[in-house]
Design a protein around this ligand. Structure first.
Ligand SMILES: O=C(O)CCC(=O)C(=O)O
Ligand SMILES: [Fe+2]
Length: 259
């Protein structure tokens, strides 16, 4: 499947140097860049159908975790921002469960798309994960399911909204809350956000929207899905190096298995 049949190249001329530069400039400003209607409606529909067809294989789990995604630290009180627990409940199909002929895979592998990503992200190269599970994931949020406030470990993420929820399920975020590489944890801001005292930014992406997000220092969550339609979101995960697997601990947490 060629890129022409997958994305709206007229609105998003991803090989055009001027267009690439404009996308990068926008992304660099805030660490958030949204492209509504990036993937064609017919393609999105086929991915929705794949998701529906494979729904029986979804691995779903509810867990409690800190916003830092690391174990509680006994040097801090239980109700301190460092240790407060939030709830995440979602399901996931892993790369090995995405059909070989899926448009998601064609997009993920496409050299021009990857080159565009490199440009916007400021990476020299991007590679798939070495393990069979982690490269393409399809997330499912049923009614009531949510993703609790957290910071990502990775410095960027690329997501594609496959099926938008009818109500709730919006992506919420606050940028620049911590500075992970300088050990600034952002405890005061995190406390205010968890207590609902800080205004947050909200994104309600339609199906077909591609999102670039830097989630390492920007706290974010997916609010509980409040409607009957399942929220489906594809995560396209890449590495700057070859041969990198997601850690075994992370694979067990997210997928419940290693391969
Ligand atoms: O579902 C989303 O929109 C974001 C997912 C996310 O934050 C994550 O997987 O770390
Ligand atoms: Fe995240």
């Amino acid at each position: 499947m060629s890129l022409t049949g997958i994305i709206d190249l007229e609105s998003f001329p991803i090989t055009d140097p001027a267009f690439r530069a404009a996308c990068k400039a926008e992304f660099d400003k805030t660490g958030v860049f949204v492209m509504p209607g990036f993937v064609l409606p017919s393609v999105i529909q086929s991915v929705q159908e794949e998701g529906e067809a494979n729904r029986g294989d979804v691995y779903a789990k509810t867990e409690q975790h800190t916003v830092y995604l690391s174990k509680a630290d006994p040097d801090y009180a239980e109700d301190h921002a460092r240790n407060r627990l939030v709830t995440s409940s979602k399901g996931c199909l892993t790369d090995d469960q995405i059909p070989q002929a899926s448009a998601l895979r064609a997009l993920y592998d496409d050299p021009e798309f990857r080159s565009f990503l490199c440009h916007v992200l400021g990476e020299e190269q991007l590679h798939e994960y070495a393990d069979p599970l982690s490269s393409i994931n399809l997330h499912f949020h049923e009614k009531g399911q949510e993703l609790g406030w957290h910071f990502d470990n990775s410095s960027f993420s690329i997501t594609l909204m496959v099926q938008a929820p009818e109500a709730g399920g919006q992506f919420e975020y606050v940028t620049g809350v911590r500075d992970a590489d300088h050990g600034e944890m952002g405890f005061d801001d995190v406390t205010a956000i968890l207590d609902g005292k800080t205004p947050v930014q909200t994104m309600e992406a339609e199906a077909g929207t591609l999102v670039f997000f830097r989630g390492r220092n920007s706290i974010h969550r997916v609010a509980p899905n409040a409607g009957d339609r399942t929220r489906m979101l594809a995560v396209l995960a890449y590495n700057a190096e070859t041969g990198v697997s997601l850690s075994e601990a992370a694979r067990m947490t997210f997928y419940g298995r290693l391969s």
